[in-house]
Design a protein around this ligand. Structure first.
Ligand SMILES: C[S@@+](CC[C@H](N)C(=O)[O-])C[C@H]1O[C@@H](n2cnc3c(N)ncnc32)[C@H](O)[C@@H]1O
Length: 217
């Protein structure tokens, strides 16, 4: 069997298992936020876009959530929310759902996020177009941005597009970024940023850090 046929067969198999999982959800239980089958299927379809084969573990989600800074009227924006496990940790840490905007490029995942995160603003789209995706009252009123898009896998010029998009809606705020790299996943000086590793956990696959990047004034 060729590589392409094997990959297509894997995706079909994963889709069938995922469909069965959502059928059993229909029989009573609310859908779970973490959806490893959906995640794995998306990874098989586009590994660079996902950057991992499993959703973020609870330990990592909690560590991201405790690094959030905001005034009570400010919003939090999460880019590349995936299955929504980090979004859920933000809510569990006390963020009101209406103050959270999550951006996800994959249609199925955006639909899943709408199902499992009632009250949260789910935006389906490309985070590089952030200024066009967020409403007027949110732009310029953002306390924290969490970037889940695997920037380390992108060329520097592509990374810059995400960084510029964040800077356009949240000037001077910077962003939190979780990563499996031992050192900074971004060449921060090239991007005019300062970098600080705020958190690390071995209880994620793979072990992960939470970095805070802030524009140099
Ligand atoms: C590492 S995964 C997020 C993992 C998430 N924390 C979880 O555990 O489910 C990265 C996510 O970024 C999304 N993504 C990649 N490129 C994107 C883009 N340009 N705009 C918005 N989302 C993007 C992918 O579809 C994927 O869901």
């Amino acid at each position: 069997m060729t590589h392409v046929m094997k990959s297509a067969a894997l995706q079909t198999d994963l889709q069938n298992q995922e469909d069965q999982a959502s059928v059993s959800n229909d029989r009573g239980k609310p859908p779970k936020v973490s959806n490893p089958l959906m995640f794995l299927r998306r990874w098989a379809a586009n590994p660079l876009q996902m950057g991992s084969i499993v959703p973020s573990a609870p330990s990592l989600c909690k560590r991201v959530a405790r690094q959030i800074r905001r005034n009570p009227d400010q919003y939090v924006v999460e880019l590349g929310a995936g299955t929504g496990v980090i979004s859920k940790a933000l809510l569990d840490a006390g963020l009101p759902p209406e103050k959270l905007y999550v951006v996800e490029i994959v249609h199925d995942m955006a639909e899943h996020l709408r199902q499992v995160l009632p009250g949260v603003n789910v935006v389906e789209g490309d985070a590089r177009e952030l200024a066009k995706l967020l409403p007027d009252h949110v732009r310029g009123n953002i306390g924290s941005v969490v970037c889940g898009v695997p920037l380390v896998l992108l060329p520097v010029a592509e990374q810059r597009r995400f960084i510029d998009a964040i800077q356009a809606v949240a000037p001077g705020v910077g962003f939190l970024h979780y990563s499996y790299c031992v050192t900074s996943p971004l060449p921060f000086q090239k991007h005019g940023l300062t970098a600080k590793r705020e958190e690390w956990t071995p209880r994620n696959f793979p072990p992960a850090s939470v970095w805070r990047y802030t524009p140099v004034r």
